[in-house]
Design a protein around this ligand. Structure first.
Ligand SMILES: NC(=O)c1ccc[n+]([C@@H]2O[C@H](COP(=O)([O-])OP(=O)(O)OC[C@H]3O[C@@H](n4cnc5c(N)ncnc54)[C@H](OP(=O)(O)O)[C@@H]3O)[C@@H](O)[C@H]2O)c1
Length: 247
């Protein structure tokens, strides 16, 4: 095993909901660049263990911690454990979220509240809880927004609104937490993660996208990596990574 020496050597990164899919891609990109990485999981304990093994392959410290971003106690424990295991927190990636399709007329208050609790309140809660550590290291927060927070999708009122709120929260946090902490947001468009059930939808979206294809997980990870390594002077930005679909 060879320790990665890269742009993030010596940095400690906490990524929520990163056992699989985009969170895992982001974690791998960070570890490849030499960062020590703590990932959190809620239900995907087995995938989290696999991801930790793969992260360890880069010779960095890697841990998986249980965390429900809707629970203050759970978030407090995960942040405390991350700081203990990795010695601090330089970069927080607020990735954990839920996605759901629901017709506007049938959308229930329970659905609305559940999406906001995870997608929006969770970002606020984890960021506020990790603040002391991030300040100590002049750190960075990278929130995961969505093209759905920029463009209205008729059957996703709660999801789109929750992500639009994350975009605004990014800007508010950038102002409130400066000059110590830089806060930015990556807003993915259609990302093909190989789901068979979504294949036809993905083909249709690719045709509508100026770049004539959907995005790859690695491309989202590279956008997050850009903010992780960007000058501290870049703050409060929402970067759509969507092949031009939102234009
Ligand atoms: N995939 C896309 O095409 C796309 C497009 C636009 C925006 N995004 C955004 O990019 C980010 C990553 O996308 P993704 O598709 O990889 O996300 P995802 O699979 O929908 O969710 C990522 C993880 O969030 C965790 N999670 C959900 N609720 C949680 C809670 N209450 N507490 C803690 N963890 C919770 C889950 O962990 P467990 O599995 O451990 O339960 C899940 O694996 C998300 O913020 C998403 O909204 C994605």
């Amino acid at each position: 095993m060879k320790r990665s020496v890269g742009k993030l050597s010596g940095k400690a990164v906490l990524i929520t909901g990163a056992a699989r899919r985009l969170g895992r891609e982001i974690a791998l990109a960070m570890a490849e660049a030499g960062a020590d990485v703590a990932i959190t999981f809620r239900n995907s304990a087995r995938e989290a263990q696999h991801t930790v093994i793969d992260l360890g392959g880069f010779g960095v410290r890697a841990v998986a911690l249980p965390c429900d971003v809707t629970s203050p106690q759970s978030v407090k424990a995960a942040v405390k454990e991350t700081a203990k295991e990795l010695g601090g927190i330089d970069i927080l990636v607020n990735n954990a979220a839920n996605y759901e399709t629901a017709e506007f007329e049938k959308l229930t208050l329970a659905q609305w509240d559940a999406i906001f609790a995870a997608n929006t309140r969770g970002v606020f809660l984890v960021s506020q809880t990790a603040l002391k550590h991030l300040r100590e290291r002049q750190g960075k927060v990278i929130n995961m927004g969505s093209l759905g927070g920029i463009r209205p999708w008729a059957s996703h009122a709660h999801y789109c609104s929750s992500k639009a709120a994350v975009h605004m929260l990014t800007k508010v946090m950038a102002k409130a937490l400066a000059p110590e902490i830089a806060v930015n947001c990556v807003a993915p468009g259609m990302i093909d993660l190989g789901e068979k059930s979504a294949a036809e939808f993905m083909r249709r979206m690719a045709r509508q996208t100026p770049m004539k294809r959907n995005g790859k997980g690695r491309e989202i990870a590279e956008a997050v990596f850009f903010f992780a390594t960007a000058p501290h002077f870049i703050t409060g930005q929402i970067l759509a990574v969507d092949g031009g679909l939102g234009l």
